[in-house]
Write a protein that binds this ligand. Sequence first.
Ligand SMILES: Nc1nc2c(ncn2[C@@H]2O[C@H](COP(=O)(O)OP(=O)(O)OP(=O)(O)O)[C@@H](O)[C@H]2O)c(=O)[nH]1
Ligand SMILES: [Mg+2]
Length: 210
Amino acid sequence: MTNPNYKKATFLLSAAKLSQLPSDKGIEVAFVGRSNAGKSSVLNQLTNNSKLARVSKTPGRTQHINLFVLDDNRRLVDLPGYGFAQVPNEVKIQWQKTLDAYLQQRECLTGLVLVMDIRHPLTEFDRNLLAWAEECGLTVHILLNKADKLAFGAMKKTLLEVTKFISEYNNQVTCQVFSALKSTGIKELRELLDNWFAQPLVQNNPDQDE
Ligand SMILES: Nc1nc2c(ncn2[C@@H]2O[C@H](COP(=O)(O)OP(=O)(O)OP(=O)(O)O)[C@@H](O)[C@H]2O)c(=O)[nH]1
Ligand SMILES: [Mg+2]
């Protein structure tokens, strides 16, 4: 299979619940992380399209599962951010449910890009997600985003700390420094995603089509 052309990504749909997603086949790579960490910005940088995913100064902007198509079999997914306190409780519970259902049920989910603000890495949510991904054998790549906000020394220190933390997770978790603003680390990210997208395709999940 040829590598995806990320610049050709197009918006497919915005799903409030799992039943609105396209059938569960092919390969999906999802971007997950704390609200405001920069998931949508990373997606825009990856696809070289500043208008693809909505970026906002107001945390909690991405409230649905947003899907972007690369080709017939491969998709990028922008997930709702977690951990944002200033939304009504019912809304928060609904996001959490949608997110959990997607993570637990989506068979074609091949890898997670866990976006963290490099100034606030490894929050409780991040750690829970890593533990859960380990349990179900899902590969995770951590982006320490907003690296432009730190001096070189502080950036290296955080990278070392996170690398040490994830060394306990076999080889299923990797991590790199990133800046969606300056496009630092974009080549490394594209190469990693090329590998994920080159994996054998997941066939139709019969559960969903019933
Ligand atoms: N300095 C800097 N700012 C960034 C970077 N990435 C994102 N931002 C800013 O951080 C804010 C949040 O970015 P989003 O991409 O909307 O974050 P998100 O994780 O998608 O947020 P939710 O949709 O609320 O979950 C915006 O003001 C972005 O411009 C980065 O690498 N460097
Ligand atoms: Mg977003």
